[in-house]
Design a protein around this ligand. Structure first.
Ligand code: BGC
Length: 746
């Protein structure tokens, strides 16, 4: 290959954002036609050698492409799956793998080669604007879910892209922020999930992130992309930048960031110039191009796969519905308010969101689906009557509000998102009238967020005044009439629940459940599906209870403002992870801060008994197995998420009081039925990162296995001892912070 041909492979063909950018075509090398409209990017072909143009498209909740094309009567809708946070709340890796299989099938049948998914950054803070695209606050859950998703997607012969690598845990100043983190925290919390996913699923590609890590852009950081990802973890695939990420294309090439996306002509030029003037060794380009070619050879494009543009959307919708109902979390259920009994016929449904349900978040993680079933539609399809006066009021109000905000282009929406309409104000008399007429009240609280902005504390994490008033008025009126009140949370991330939930009889966390939303919620409310989701992220009492709250989203240096991408005003910024390893339950449990709902928590319509915990040995050799029996001790069939936590011996390292080391979901157990669950614990699970010797070490001493239904509800414990410490992994001393970090210690 000529040098020009090699370099053409390493810089994408650009991206058309109407009025902002143009497609980047390389004269004589590329084609000019885009293959799949609305895909995020394409890579350059080399026709002479049969290297095809390949297409990459978002995203974590399903394939994001344009559903309609000019002069074409066909439609190209994709399935909007439940968001990643909901999928993680299923704790069911088999189900997530199935979702991945169907998602990947749409990727292949619509002519795309790589799905830019899964997103797997850690929920460091509840305000993270893209948390809905990510799984959990815990690296084990994140890693296992991502691996299941990648295995599912890639079983189709298309690629996945684990993103955003790494330490991209906020949207504020996302293009500039320098994440300052200790070596141990980076390894244990923020890299561990990626490490698990790489090992267990071998994604074709990894997407580097926008942020800097201890001073260097991740896409320009050799030690992240080569020393750790490739040399330590054995990653053999392709690394691509996030869109317009990083600054210096030559540094990106040297770091092992093979592909620059979406690609701009000045980047190609910079690389070619550097080769010519000797500052970039052609060997670097050879290696990157070789990895690109290895990727291209695997693609459906290379194999000349004849895609149909006709995936089985009907079948996928029914799987999306099952997945959605399996990841909803029943937070509260007093006096058996749920499931709604046969006596319930008419439901008074309050809250704008009931009528305008949110299938998923905004930005590149948003899917162009054909429809979203609203909660009202779902309830009606399940045979309930929805009170008509309220329905008319809300429907008209929402239509009026929407008419005030004409549809913006994606880019305008991205720069300046349209706020959701304020809650409709309802007359006092109407609450009383409806409490007399209907059998039950249902209120939906909705939240949406996405790329480029983090959430706010007021009117977002916390309820707005009008929402609080709505809940109070409904609760007063319906409770006075001796009727129940159910609140449905249609949210992509954590919100405040502690101050108002006493006014509800039941609270169902429906997350953002994809296009079958209303049907899936109705399945759970009616009892057709017994809820079995559990929180993979803590719900704190107050925002300020979060250990990261003091350092989120960090500092920005306004006086150093500059004009960045597309003329956007940008500021240098930094955030220091002073909470260290104490993220989520690792903090709440260790420091005895009571959350509203803890990690691992979720109710069911039945009860489960845990018995007969047995460990294979009380002395650790190479591994230990722990077996426990789970019995459905209630009256209806259900599934239980069983969690194994470990308390390590108090060694020199600061250790969280418990850490999740295994989880499993039972099958659907009939009343009275039992299932035996077996966990295997290897030395890897005992180890934590010891910075003094740059290694993962399992310390000698006594370990306690704690098996329970949440991180605070431990049912059975057992101990074993490790006679001599084991070094499980020796790492390179790299990516150290340039400044001292005063980390939280217990
Ligand atoms: C996002 C990525 C996405 C890419 C392509 C970026 O803005 O951060 O997650 O895959 O755009 O759309």
């Amino acid at each position: 290959m000529t040098t020009e041909e090699k370099v053409s492979l390493l810089v994408g063909r650009g991206m058309k954002i109407p009025g902002v950018t143009q497609t980047n075509t390389v004269p004589g090398v590329g084609q000019t036609m885009e293959k799949v409209e609305g895909a995020a990017g394409t890579t350059n072909p080399v026709d002479r050698l049969g290297i095809p143009l390949t297409v990459v498209a978002d995203g974590p909740a399903g394939l994001r492409i344009e559903p309609k094309r000019k002069d074409d009567k066909n439609t190209y809708y994709a399935t909007a799956w439940p968001v990643a946070t909901l999928l993680a709340s299923t704790w069911d890796t088999k189900l997530v793998e199935k979702v991945g299989q169907s998602m990947g099938n749409e990727v292949k049948e619509y002519g795309v080669d790589v799905l830019l998914s899964p997103g797997m950054n850690i929920h460091r803070n509840p305000l993270g604007g893209r948390n809905f695209e990510y799984y959990s606050e815990d690296p084990l859950v994140s890693g296992k879910m991502a691996a299941a998703m990648v295995n599912g997607i890639q079983s189709n012969g298309v690629g996945a892209s684990t993103k955003h690598f790494a330490l991209n845990n906020q949207e504020t100043n996302r293009y500039t922020v320098n994440t300052i983190v200790s070596e141990r925290t980076m390894r244990e919390i923020y890299l561990r999930g990626f490490q698990i996913a790489i090992k267990e699923s071998k994604p074709w590609t990894v997407m580097s992130s926008y942020n800097k890590l201890n001073g260097t852009y991740t896409s320009e950081e050799y030690d992240l992309l080569t020393t750790i990802l490739r040399k330590e973890w054995g990653f053999k695939g392709l690394v691509m930048t996030d869109w317009f990420g990083g600054k210096d294309p030559v540094a990106q090439m040297k770091a092992g960031n093979d592909l620059i996306m979406p690609g701009m002509p000045n980047q190609t030029k910079a690389i070619l110039d550097a080769i010519k003037n000797g500052t970039l060794d052609i060997k670097v380009i050879d290696e990157n191009a070789e990895r690109f070619v290895n990727y291209a050879l695997k693609t459906p494009a290379f194999k000349k796969y004849v895609f149909t543009n006709k995936p089985d959307l009907k079948e996928h919708a029914s799987l999306a519905r099952i997945a959605a109902s399996n990841g909803m979390v029943l937070l509260k259920n007093i006096g058996n308010a749920l499931p709604m009994t046969k006596k319930i016929q008419t439901i008074a449904t309050f809250g704008n969101t009931t009528y305008d349900f949110i299938s998923g978040g905004t930005g590149s993680g948003d899917v162009n689906e054909a429809y979203t079933i609203s909660l009202v539609q779902g309830l009606e399809a399940a045979g309930y009557q929805v009170e008509t006066e309220l329905r008319t009021l809300y429907t008209n109000y929402i239509a009026e509000e929407k008419a005030k905000n004409p549809k913006k282009s994606m880019f305008q929406e991205f720069m300046n998102p349209t706020p959701r309409a304020a809650e409709l104000t309802i007359d006092q008399d109407l609450f009383i009238k409806k409490a007399a007429a209907a059998d039950i009240a249902l209120i939906t609280i909705g939240r949406n967020a996405g790329e480029n902005a983090d959430r706010k504390i007021d009117n977002d994490f916390n309820l707005s005044d009008s929402e609080k008033v709505l809940i109070k008025n409904v609760s007063d009126a319906f409770h006075a009439a001796n009727k129940k009140v159910v609140v449905v949370l249609n949210v992509g991330g954590v919100i405040e629940v502690a101050s108002w939930s006493h006014q509800a009889d039941a609270v169902l966390l429906a997350w953002q459940p994809g296009m079958e939303a209303g049907n899936a919620v109705a399945d759970v409310l009616s009892g057709k599906v017994n809820p079995s989701g559990k929180l993979a992220t803590t719900f704190p009492v107050r925002y300020t209870d979060e250990a990261s709250a003091k350092n989120f989203p960090g500092k920005e240096f306004r006086e150093q403002a500059f004009s960045g991408m597309f003329g956007m005003k940008q500021y240098p910024a930094e955030v220091t992870y002073e909470e260290g390893i104490y993220v989520g339950y690792r903090y709440f449990n260790t420091f005895n801060v009571k959350p509203a709902y803890e990690f691992g928590y979720g109710l069911s319509y039945t009860d489960f008994k845990y018995s007969n915990l047995a460990v294979s040995s009380t002395i650790f050799g190479k591994k230990i197995t722990a077996t426990i029996t789970i019995t459905n001790s209630g009256k209806v069939a259900g599934k239980e998420v069983v969690q194994l936590y470990l308390t390590a011996p108090a060694g020199k390292e600061n250790k969280p009081s418990v850490e999740l080391k295994g989880f499993a979901k039972t099958g659907l157990l009939q009343a009275g039925q039992s299932q035996k669950i077996t966990f295997t614990i290897t030395a890897d699970e005992l180890a934590s990162f010891n910075s003094a010797i740059t290694s993962w070490v399992a310390d000698a001493g006594t370990y306690t296995i704690k098996i329970g239904s949440s991180s605070l509800n431990i049912k059975q414990t057992a101990s074993f001892s490790l006679a001599k410490k084991i070094v499980t992994e020796i790492c390179n001393k790299v990516l150290l912070p340039q400044v001292e970090i005063i980390e939280l210690k217990k």
